[in-house]
Structures are given as C-alpha cells and as structure tokens.
Design a protein around this ligand. Structure first.
Ligand SMILES: N[C@@H](CCC(=O)N[C@@H](CS)C(=O)NCC(=O)O)C(=O)O
Length: 222
C-alpha cells in the first residue's frame, strides 16, 4: 500500500472542517490523525511548530499549515463541483469574503463565544459586531442561493463552519434573528451528507497509521 498524505485534524475545529470538506469532495484520501488540542502530538509540533490544526503533509513531504492552503491543494487536484469556479464573481471575490470571515468576524465570534477568556469583554457587544457580517451574508443570500451564485462554491464551504459556531453559541437567539436567507442556507449545509461525513468521530491518534479519510468508497477499492 502506498503512503497517503497525513492530515492532522480536530473534529470540532472550523478550520479543520473546511479542510476536510475540500478533501472529501475532491476524494483526496489522507491518513487522519485526530488531535486533542491540549495534548498535541510531538510529531505535529515537529513539522509545524505553530501548533494549529489542520496541517497536511503531502506525499513529497511539503507541509501545508493553513486550512485554505489545504482546500486549494485538494481542489486543484480534483474539483468535481467547481468550487474554485463560482457561478458569480471570481477566486478574488471568494478570497475577499473568506478573509472577512477569518479576520473581523472570527475576532468577534471568539469574543462572543468565549467572552470569559478575554479581559473586559462583553459577549453581547461582540455578538452585535459579528452580526454585521451575518447581515451581509443574509443580504447576498437573498439575491443568490449561495454566496457566489446559484451553486455552492469555496466561499460557502470555507465560511459555513464559522457561521455554525456562531449559531450554536445561542441557537434560540440565532433562530430569532431576521435572517430568513442565512438560516436555511446554514441548515442546508448542516443537513448535507457531506457535512455528516466529515463530522464522523475518530479516536485520538497516538501513534502508528491513522484511519483513512475520507473512508475509501467501495468503487475506489481494488
Ligand atoms: N489560520 C489557521 C488557523 C487554524 C487554527 O487556529 N486552529 C485552531 C483550532 S480551531 C488551533 O489549532 N488552535 C491551536 C490551539 O488551540 O492550541 C488555519 O486557517 O488553518
């Protein structure tokens, strides 16, 4: 058996989710090493001292330590649903929206969800600030079914895991907001077979060969 690329992942991390979504849709099979953030394996820190997940080690030994890099790596090999070619806008449009998510929105998301970890932080203020991005997405989703047109693109997939986290912080409040386009967009994502597949549970990796992700389909078996 040839060796597969190695993916260090953490099931509930939104960055790792977006990487797994791209790896799964593009059928790039990896050896998955489930990490516990409080107890990172030395093997991960040896290749990527910054200690974040996801990290992918390609067959040639290159280390990809940013979730978006991993998405692009996978989709550049195989992009069956044309996530890199949005129906509207361009790669630059998608990257700009994702940068807004990973920048300002993520800043407020962390302070809303984990206010107690920050000094003098009022969760409600950050919920309000983060909501501005959600209002923007809701407005776009009132025009097109997805963030960049009538079909799913990289932007939806890269952003949705973070909207999920924001929504889960107070589900009741989220559902009460006047976001009639954003709420079903998120539900559609959460109900998808793809999302269910990437949220399968794996035991913490200790050593040796990890399980394959995505699991090989029957048709892919020799
Ligand atoms: N810019 C990185 C961010 C990844 C990141 O921050 N991941 C979090 C988990 S959601 C992490 O590993 N944090 C390190 C820690 O908590 O020790 C990416 O896009 O991959």
């Amino acid at each position: 058996m040839g060796s597969y690329p190695i993916l260090y992942s953490f099931r509930r991390c939104p960055y790792a989710m977006r990487a797994r979504l791209a790896l799964s849709i593009s059928h790039q099979v990896c050896e998955l090493r489930e990490v516990v953030l409080r107890d990172k394996p030395p093997e991960l820190l040896a290749v990527s001292p910054k200690g974040t997940v996801p990290v992918l080690i390609d067959g040639d030994g290159s280390v990809l330590e940013e979730s978006l890099e991993i998405m692009l790596w996978a989709l550049s090999k195989h992009d069956p649903e044309a996530w890199l070619h949005p129906e509207q806008g361009s790669m630059a449009t998608m990257q700009a929206l994702i940068a807004e998510c990973d920048g300002g929105f993520k800043h407020h998301l962390d302070r809303y969800k984990y206010a107690q970890r920050y000094e003098d932080t009022d969760a409600q203020v950050h919920r309000g600030e983060g909501s501005k991005f959600l209002e923007k997405l809701n407005a776009q989703l009132g025009v097109t079914s997805y963030l960049c047109g009538q079909r799913v693109s990289l932007a939806d997939i890269a952003i949705a895991p973070f909207i999920r986290q924001f929504a889960n912080t107070d589900r009741t409040w989220f559902q009460q907001q006047p976001w009639p386009h954003l709420q079903p967009w998120l539900t559609h994502f959460l109900d998808s077979a793809l999302f269910h597949q990437i949220m399968e549970k794996y035991p913490k990796w200790e050593s040796g060969t990890g399980p394959l992700f995505p699991a090989l389909r029957d048709s892919a078996l020799p």
